[in-house]
Design a protein. Structure first.
Ligand code: EPZ
Length: 422
């Protein structure tokens, strides 16, 4: 395994280009299964999770060919296997996104239940209840979901208790080929869902309500392949914005979507960062002190839970005072707290709240990554800390950050990726 070695204390300067969004790549590649023909998906990020979804599609019989740059050509003429194995699903829970397309196009799917996850139980009951309402029979057997739809799925009225991102995406994809109208109420509104809707519309799907919490889909008999670009990754963008807030300096971020980060930009400006916004670029820096801000994670357009760990690292660096960070989405998304405290932070957990006392100086330490965004939090802390930080188990990072070390080095960070000694 590899580890990241960071020599902290160097302000970031320079510019980087944001890659395609991980959380759009997974549903959009799954959507290629909805019809035969060759789809062209561009701006696909080079991530561990991209390789996992490609492995899954190939295991179903699709042909997936990387093309020039970050483009993939995916031919879905043939689907001759309908089972997503535990070995693949356990490495990426979003594999559940193959359920909707397989059920809609082939009438059958056998997908391993994702199993546990560091940040919470993350059940998929909303997905399964939605498919049952659309006429599928769902059986749980030996840790697998077995889904069958004797004929075409039927349109249905589906209301989520809480907005679920992949739940909305799964039902949305299945509904495009169902008989009749499907209405999804309390749908999630993340930009990645709008990206999926644009792809499905380009394939001939009939969808109303893009960007709202109510989607209406009139099923069609057949779809056609499309060419689609993946949107820039807003969580990658936010991670680099917070990093320069932590180290000081000034960076330019290209090929991003500032309009996808309304809440983060507001919070970082209140914390004392200067941020200039273009339509696809950001200029961000911090010269003076950092001030405390309170955070409450919420479904989009609220503050993203996927940036909670990162902004917590930033709040440990303010000039004193307290920040209250409330995590409302996942029940166990404070795995980074213990490691940050080992670096000299002062964070106390009270239920769903983390109370962060600023004014501390972080000191480099050997720490361990536990999940994707907790790892990003430790990178940010390491960049700001005095001394050397070694982060082990960085395969977590490689799931969701394209070329992280190289991008940080482009920004002047002292970062090295080396083999872990036994
Ligand atoms: C998506 O996960 C993202 N992953 C997550 O990003 C992100 O943190 C999350 O949405 C919230 O924004 C992808 O898009 C691939 P949810 P998802 O269903 O869809 C509960 C990252 O770091 N729930 O929106 O799995 C659930 O437990 C990852 O990039 C049910 O109870 O999340 C949670 O409390 C981490 N039953 C809440 O809803 C269900 O059937 C929101 O979860 C589904 C969800």
């Amino acid at each position: 395994m590899e580890k990241l070695v960071i020599e902290g204390g160097h302000p970031l300067h320079g510019e980087i280009r944001i890659s395609g969004a991980k959380n759009a790549t997974l549903p959009l590649l799954a959507a290629t299964m909805l019809c035969a023909g060759t789809h062209v998906i561009s701006n696909v990020p080079n991530l561990r999770d991209t390789r996992t979804i490609v492995k899954l599609l190939r295991s179903f019989g699709l042909e997936c060919q990387p093309d020039a740059g970050s483009e993939w050509r995916i031919c879905a003429d043939k689907i001759d296997n309908f089972e997503a194995s535990y070995d693949l699903v356990k490495t990426m829970r979003a594999s559940v996104l193959v359920l909707g397309p397989l059920l809609a196009r082939c009438g059958v799917a056998r997908v391993s239940l994702p199993g546990g996850c560091a940040i919470g139980a993350r059940p998929i009951d909303f997905h399964l209840q939605g498919f049952e309402k659309m006429g599928a029979t769902i059986t749980l057997r030996e840790g697998y979901v077995e889904a069958k739809s004797p004929g075409r799925l039927q349109g249905a009225d589906i209301c989520f208790d809480i907005p679920s991102v992949t739940g909305t995406e799964n039902i949305l994809m299945a509904a495009t080929l169902a008989q009749g109208r499907t209405v999804i109420k309390n749908a999630a509104r993340e930009p990645e869902i709008a990206n999926l809707i644009d792809m499905l519309t380009g394939m001939g799907a009939r969808i109303e309500g893009r960007g709202s919490d109510m989607l209406a889909i009139d099923g069609v008999k057949e779809l056609r392949p499309a060419a689609t670009a993946i949107i820039p990754d807003r969580i990658e963008t936010g991670t680099y914005l917070i990093a320069v807030g932590a180290t000081g300096g000034e960076i330019r971020i290209n090929n991003c979507r500032p309009d996808h980060l309304p809440m983060l930009l507001d919070k970082l400006r209140r914390a004392g960062m200067e941020i200039e916004v273009g339509n696809n670029w950001l200029l961000a820096g911090r010269r003076g002190h950092l001030s405390n801000v309170d955070i409450k994670t919420m479904p989009y357009p609220g503050f993203p839970t996927d940036l909670q760990a990162q902004i917590m690292a930033l709040m440990t660096l303010t000039n004193g005072g307290l920040s209250v960070i409330q995590e409302t989405i996942f029940e166990n998304r404070f795995m980074h707290v213990a490691e940050l405290n080992r670096m000299g932070a002062h964070i106390r957990i009270e239920g769903r709240n983390a109370i962060v006392r600023g004014g501390g100086l972080l000191a480099g330490a050997r720490v361990m990554a536990t999940d994707l965004r907790a790892s990003a939090s430790l990178v940010i802390a390491g960049l700001a800390a005095q001394g050397i930080t070694e982060i082990s188990r960085i395969y977590h990072l490689e799931r969701g950050y394209d070329n992280l070390s190289a991008k940080l080095i482009d920004l002047g960070a002292r970062v090295e990726q080396v083999q872990e000694t036994a």
